[in-house]
Design a protein around this ligand. Structure first.
Ligand code: HEC
Length: 138
């Protein structure tokens, strides 16, 4: 409904301005505000976490989801809460992104720097957003 109102307002503005020359900034802002913000799909992120994608190894090979089993890397339960506290001034989302793309930038105390280093070459921006969305549910 709001989109229809905005589009109607846009059409009216175009009529008033005679469709000539550049669009006023307010109109451009109005149009861009109707674009959906990029967001991750947690369900797809879970599939990538558990099965890998595009020849990249599955995260679950090294990260157990809950305590108890064998886990080479930190157990992922609670990552949504601790991610924002790992590096001063870094948001949870930024920390998870960095952990995936540059695993050696911050080594979790008690672990060795053995995380697969080449996810940046195999994962698309959408894959990363989906993984972040999934980890944010844990
Ligand atoms: C070869 C094993 C391995 C694979 C595969 C792996 N990791 Fe890791 N990961 C680790 C290890 C070991 C650490 C801890 C050392 C460090 O900080 O690099 C870690 C750290 C992390 C952290 C930081 C955890 C914390 O508590 O701060 C995140 C987040 C993470 N990995 C996400 C992922 C995701 C998402 C994938 C899949 C795309 C993945 N990892 C694949 C081994 C792995």
């Amino acid at each position: 409904m709001r989109t229809i109102v905005k589009l109607t307002a846009l059409v009216m503005l175009l009529v008033v301005t005679g469709c000539s020359g550049a669009l006023p900034v307010s109109v451009i802002n109005m149009v861009s505000a109707t674009q959906p913000a990029p967001h991750g799909d947690a369900v797809r992120g879970e599939t990538i976490f558990k099965h890998g994608i595009n020849d990249a190894p599955a995260c679950v090979g090294c990260h157990a989801l809950v305590k108890g089993g064998f886990s080479l890397g930190p157990v992922m339960k609670g990552i949504s809460e601790r991610a924002g506290t790992r590096v001063e001034g870094m948001s949870a989302e930024a920390y998870i992104r960095q952990s995936i793309l540059e695993p050696k930038a911050f080594i979790v105390s008690g672990f060795r720097p053995i995380m697969y280093p080449d996810y940046a070459k195999h994962l698309s921006e959408q894959d990363i957003l989906d993984l972040i969305a999934y980890l944010s549910t844990l």
